[in-house]
Design a binder for this molecule. Structure first.
Ligand SMILES: CC(C)(COP(=O)(O)OP(=O)(O)OC[C@H]1O[C@@H](n2cnc3c(N)ncnc32)[C@H](O)[C@@H]1OP(=O)(O)O)[C@@H](O)C(=O)NCCC(=O)NCCS
Length: 192
């Protein structure tokens, strides 16, 4: 697995690696700090809830001390009922202490490169065009697609990894990822 380093050859400020099960608590804490409690009400969440990220496409950034300072994940979706497969990206978040130092950009470029390497054809997301257009995302090809819930159309963006992948795509995005097993360990009832 590729380990992207940034910040200089001798003392990298952070590294980007695959997310593991052990990253769960730190990742959720970062997302709560960066995006607040309302993050779970987004329509993107309807496509993620109860699902695992697309295989090999969940990444974290860690600083030199090993603290989790960035996260990005991609999710399998279908473009309408019976439609072709694509990825939904998000959430992307970087710890406030590292903002503006390229972590978000490097996470994005790493995630896009890995998605292309794994032969995915297109990535969609809901986010600020002013940020995501630098990676090639635009709203040009999402006009006939929709999200399963409220969202702002101008923030619904896509990037084709294969030219023409989104031609003729229409309909509402549907979850298509592997289902998650419950993380809760249900204790045995001690009552007699
Ligand atoms: C958005 C976010 C991931 C960017 O991470 P980052 O590591 O600071 O990004 P980078 O260092 O790679 O890029 C910084 C550049 O992006 C710009 N930028 C950051 N957020 C932006 C936004 N919402 N719209 C436009 N530009 C934005 C910065 O102004 C900066 O511009 P510059 O390069 O011209 O100085 C981070 O600010 C964050 O976690 N924000 C809170 C969560 C969030 O909003 N996530 C995105 C959900 S859509």
């Amino acid at each position: 697995m590729k380990n992207a380093l940034a910040g200089g050859a001798f003392a990298p400020a952070y590294s980007i690696t695959q997310e593991t099960e052990q990253d769960f608590a730190e990742r959720e804490a970062l997302l709560d700090r960066a995006m607040g409690a309302k993050r779970k009400r987004k329509s993107s969440e309807k496509l993620r809830r109860g699902r695992l990220p697309a295989a090999g496409l969940a990444f974290v950034a860690r600083d030199k001390e090993g603290r989790l300072i960035g996260t990005v994940r991609l999710w399998n979706v279908a473009l309408g009922a019976g439609g072709s497969a694509a990825l939904l990206l998000g959430p992307l978040a970087v710890d406030a202490s590292f903002e503006g130092r390229g972590v978000g950009g490097n996470l994005m470029r790493h995630a896009i490169a890995e998605a292309a390497r794994l032969e995915h054809r297109a990535i969609l997301l809901v986010g600020d065009a002013a940020y995501y257009e630098r990676f090639g995302f635009s709203a040009v090809q999402t006009g006939a697609l929709s999200m399963p819930g409220p969202y702002e159309r101008h923030r619904f963006l896509a990037l084709e990894l294969v030219a023409g992948a989104l031609e003729g795509a229409c309909g509402c995005l549907l979850p298509a990822g592997r289902r998650e097993q419950s993380r809760r360990v249900v204790g045995k009832c001690a009552a007699a």
